[in-house]
Design a binder for this molecule. Structure first.
Ligand code: NAD
Length: 487
């Protein structure tokens, strides 16, 4: 691999914050850094928003909500604005894919495929609000008229992680703006570039000043934003630890909150499954973006009597994964995104060994890749359900293969988790797959594959979150119900 990885053109460091429809110079003097996961070199240094910048952004969003036209526009007019944003994003998809790959280390072949979800989300919510029942006409028992109306929840903070920076922001911004909310976005400090592209598109689309604002910051800035009395709702994607903290802070003033958190999802291969047919989707979804995706299928459950057959197939494929420069279109797996991510993943690999699990493949750093946060795709066998590597979210390319004797045990093992985000069932009989899917305590399950589709709800049971993003349910995150009686 060419270790002279130099993203071309080099990303331009953002210099200002988009607040109240203008590009404002920072008040804070603090800066943030983006480091290349491939070369470990500093890519950009850019300003971090401090409390005074965040105050300005919240004030602008507040003003746009309380006095601006956006929340009160007919839905069709908001829809037209969202479609303009979608068209502008569409023109910049190469740039968005490149920014994702360069900051995160996600293979360019994958990011190019996925970036279309961003304009899709804006168009989907534009279409939805043209027919969605914002006003529902009802009757009381006494014959009186009632209108149950859905109103935007207010000024929303959108706080997003680094692994899929724009898609996770688009879910929130497209649905929130469609509902009539205004937004203060705090992107992850490691991956600011796409939020800036979105801000430029929103500006060029001519959306009213203050409906969308960005304040890049780290954890402290996020905490300041969440505590801000001007924020009516927090939409958060990130770790379960941070999600619990945010929920507790919001509880104090009963600010609305939706949380998309971590996962430890199971792929259940039933005894009639065609393993060869299951392999392509398992190869993509057990370790997508080097395993740094919340819905990764990191626990594979196979029938005891077919374990060897499965391992022969799966381990052969995993050891053949092409790890390398994510800008190379032939690469299937890039590095982890940050040094701290690699430390974390290597810590879990050590913990797995110490607890007595067997490394069936991987476990180290790939040969010939001495720079960059690379680790080998790793599969553990001989694991027991209580082990740390089975219970905790590793957020890296580390998968555990567990066995089961019958379907009851498969369901029990699949549900033996504090998380409940996603899952998959592989079987020759889709109705049998459906029955197993109904037993799994998770927010989504795919039968014979893995599908996450922004037009359908996604989110978690248990400690994987509260609320759903995507689909009509994603719009409901951003509305309050008001009942108007005619006496
Ligand atoms: P993180 O929780 O550390 O950070 C996420 C975002 O929250 C960042 O912008 C960060 O600056 C901010 N933040 C952190 N602590 C905060 C606090 N106390 N108050 C306010 N803001 C705070 O998570 P991460 O390491 O960036 O991302 C990885 C995690 O995200 C994984 O656990 C993964 O499963 C989860 N994730 C979930 C989904 C989903 O849809 N369920 C999608 C992607 C990632």
């Amino acid at each position: 691999m060419n270790m002279m990885h130099r993203p071309q053109p080099a990303p331009k460091a953002p210099e200002r914050f988009f607040i109240g429809g203008r590009w404002l110079d920072p008040i804070s003097r603090q800066t943030l850094k983006v480091v290349s996961p491939v070369t470990e070199e500093l890519l950009i240094t850019y300003p971090e928003a401090g409390p005074a910048d965040i105050d300005r952004a919240v004030a602008a969003a507040r003003d746009a909500f309380d006095r601006g036209p956006w929340p009160r526009l007919p839905p069709a007019e908001r829809a037209a604005g969202l479609r303009r944003v979608a068209d502008l994003l569409e023109r910049r998809l190469d740039e968005i894919a490149n920014a994702w790959t360069v900051q995160v280390g996600a293979p360019i072949s994958l990011t190019r495929k996925l970036v279309g979800q961003n304009p899709t989300l804006f168009r989907y919510y534009a279409d939805l609000i043209e027919t969605w029942p914002f006003v529902d006409e009802r009757k009381r028992d006494d014959g009186g008229r009632v209108r149950v109306v859905k109103e935007p929840v207010g000024v929303c903070a959108a706080i997003t992680p680094w692994n899929a920076p724009l898609v996770l922001l688009s879910y929130k911004v497209a649905a929130g703006l469609a509902a009539g909310c205004t937004i203060v976005a705090k992107p992850s400090p490691e991956t600011p570039l796409e939020a800036y592209i979105l801000a430029e598109c929103i500006e060029e689309a001519g959306l009213p000043a203050g409906v969308f604002n960005i304040v890049p910051a780290g954890r402290e800035g996020g905490d300041y934003l969440v505590r801000h009395k001007g924020i009516d709702k927090v939409a958060f994607t990130g770790s379960t630890a941070a999600g619990k903290h945010i929920a507790a802070v919001c509880a104090d003033r009963l600010a609305r909150v939706s949380l998309e958190l971590g996962g430890k999802s199971a792929a259940v291969l039933l005894d009639d499954a065609d393993f060869a047919a299951a392999l392509p989707s398992l190869m993509v979804y057990t370790m997508p973006i080097t395993g740094q995706v919340c819905f990764s299928l990191t626990r594979i459950l196979v029938p005891e009597r077919r374990e060897k057959e499965f391992l022969d197939l799966y381990l052969g494929a995993v050891s053949g994964i092409k790890v390398g420069d994510p800008l190379d279109p032939a690469t299937q797996m890039g590095p982890l995104t940050m040094a701290r991510q690699r430390d974390r993943v290597e810590g879990y690999i050590r913990a797995g060994r110490a607890e007595g699990a067997r490394i069936a493949c991987g476990g180290g750093r790939p040969r010939g890749l001495d720079r960059g946060y690379f680790v080998e795709p790793t599969v553990f066998t001989d694991v027991t359900p209580h082990m740390k590597i089975v219970q905790e979210e590793i957020f890296g390319p580390v998968v555990s293969v567990l066995t089961y004797r019958d379907e009851d045990e498969a369901a029990e093992k699949a549900n033996n988790s504090t998380y409940g985000l996603s899952g998959a069932v592989y079987t020759a009989d889709p109705e049998r797959g459906y029955r197993m899917a109904r037993r799994m305590r998770t927010g989504s399950v795919t039968i014979n594959g893995m599908i996450v589709d922004p037009k359908h709800p996604f989110g978690g049971f248990k400690q994987s979150g509260i609320g759903r993003e995507g689909g009509p349910e994603g719009l409901e995150n951003y509305v309050e119900t008001k009942t108007i009686h005619y006496a």
